[in-house]
Design a protein around this ligand. Structure first.
Ligand code: SF4
Length: 217
């Protein structure tokens, strides 16, 4: 017999939180994550310097979509929001070096980024599962690049118009776009992240990384 639907009140008391976090962690791995960790609010590192880098040197996605600065939350706003949560799932996805180390990275006709798309989908799926388990405020953050590059590279952002984001619940802020420091958080989680830029040769790095976060309660 199928498990009865829980109410929000059934989950608010926190009795099932530990069990549910393990379930969401397993879900991340089943969906293809290379690792996932249950983390506490204290493990979420927020640093104004992360958002500062969107402004200078100016990222090409700055002010192009709803989920990037200056439209996303400031580091200070993020700190206030994260402070309301106790626990979340931090997710690691390794991607082939070629996906990230490519001079045509920003050209959707020449370069595909399936790992980035996968992380957007993965965190949205866990956010949705948590909601239906009664965690009304479950909140997901994707990894790298801007949603504009992943979903809307050839069209204008509808999220900045009265129509709203055409991707609806499938898209969330990125961690770095709201001032979280995924690299510092990876260090705490015991994960290695390699610097990748236009000068990087794929054969010089073992893998690229996408990281995502779902705050559960
Ligand atoms: S419409 Fe596209 S670019 Fe704009 S917020 Fe939604 S996914 Fe991002």
């Amino acid at each position: 017999m199928a498990e009865a639907q829980r109410s929000f009140q059934d989950s608010q008391n926190g009795e099932k939180l530990a069990e549910d976090l393990k379930k969401f962690l397993a879900m991340a791995v089943e969906m293809g994550a290379d690792d996932a960790k249950i983390i506490g609010r204290e493990d979420i590192i927020i640093d104004e310097r992360i958002v500062a880098r969107c402004y200078s040197p100016r990222c090409s996605y700055y002010n192009t979509n709803l989920h990037c600065p200056p439209h996303s939350w400031s580091a200070e706003e993020t700190r206030h929001i994260v402070d309301k949560y106790q626990k979340g799932i931090f997710i690691l996805l390794k991607v082939p070096p070629e996906e990230m180390a490519d001079p045509d990275y920003d050209n959707p006709d020449k370069h595909k980024i399936p790992g980035a798309m996968k992380m957007y989908r993965l965190v949205a799926a866990i956010q949705s599962a948590a909601f239906y388990d009664g965690y009304a405020n479950a909140l997901a953050f994707a990894g790298g690049p801007a949603c504009k590059r992943v979903f809307c590279a050839k069209v204008e952002c509808s999220g900045l118009t009265p129509k709203g984001c055409r991707m609806g619940q499938k898209v969330n802020f990125t961690m770095h776009g709201v001032g979280m420091d995924p690299i510092a958080m990876a260090s705490r989680a015991g994960w290695k992240v390699y610097p990748i830029g236009k000068k990087t040769k794929p054969e010089e790095i073992p893998y690229g990384v996408e990281m995502g976060l779902v705050l559960v309660q």
